[in-house]
Design a protein around this ligand. Structure first.
Ligand SMILES: [Ca+2]
Ligand SMILES: [Ca+2]
Ligand SMILES: [Ca+2]
Length: 218
């Protein structure tokens, strides 16, 4: 009975929302929505000193299901890619601090993705952005005047896009202060309902309606 009811409901199409990975707020409109901000982080919370453009301020995320692409955005308290806080992203490549051109060889923004509540059997992913590149076949990133944006293609090959944990680390590799770190997890919401047809889960219902991408903070 219930299966026939659900079979009569066609899944809703999933609208694509792609993001230009350029680190520039000029392209935020229509890309990032208020609900995409997952976590905020204090200023000056790094042991041993300040790291300016590597001092994390906020983590944003968006899964474009239609294209199986995961996006992340890192806001920072200083100028992105400026490790020593002089407002220039690459004038002092001497070490320390090693503030080389852009996200240079001694600077990094790193995103580590792994399983959350369930064992997906998927490998996760490490997107280390340094020396102005991400050494991952499906990963890329770009710093700009306003933030650092990441993209992971074929995201579902690496993680369950609605049930995973992310660790963000940022800082210099040859400077004195430590790294700034943020942690955040997404998980599915499963609510059991007692119906005339028995106990079913909310996730199961919403999956059939094409509305199953529900998340909550942990
Ligand atoms: Ca911070
Ligand atoms: Ca600098
Ligand atoms: Ca730099």
């Amino acid at each position: 009975m219930i299966s026939s009811i659900f079979a009569a409901i066609a899944p809703l199409p999933v609208a694509a929302r792609t993001i230009t990975v350029d680190g520039n707020s000029a392209s935020y409109a229509g890309e990032w929505l208020a609900g995409d901000q997952w976590q905020t982080d204090p200023q000056g919370d790094i042991a041993g000193g300040t790291i300016f453009g590597y001092d994390l301020e906020a983590l944003w995320g968006h899964y474009d299901e239609a294209n199986d692409t995961m996006y992340f955005r890192l806001d920072v308290w200083g100028t992105p890619a400026d490790l020593d806080g002089n407002g220039n992203t690459g004038t002092v490549c001497d070490i320390p601090p090693g503030d080389c051109a852009g996200v240079g060889q001694y600077e990094q923004y790193t995103i580590i993705l792994s399983d959350n509540t369930e064992d997906s059997g998927l490998p996760g992913a490490v997107l280390e952005y340094k020396n102005n590149a991400v050494a991952h076949i499906d990963g890329s990133a770009q710093w700009g005047s306003n933030c650092v944006e990441f993209k992971l293609l074929h995201a579902s090959n690496y993680i369950d896009p609605i049930d995973f944990c992310i660790v963000v680390a940022a800082g210099g590799m040859v400077d004195l202060p430590g790294e700034d770190v943020m942690r955040y997890c997404l998980s599915e919401v499963e609510v059991s309902l007692l119906t005339p047809f028995g106990i079913i889960t909310l996730v199961g219902i919403l999956s059939i309606l094409g509305l199953w991408r529900v998340r909550r903070k942990q």
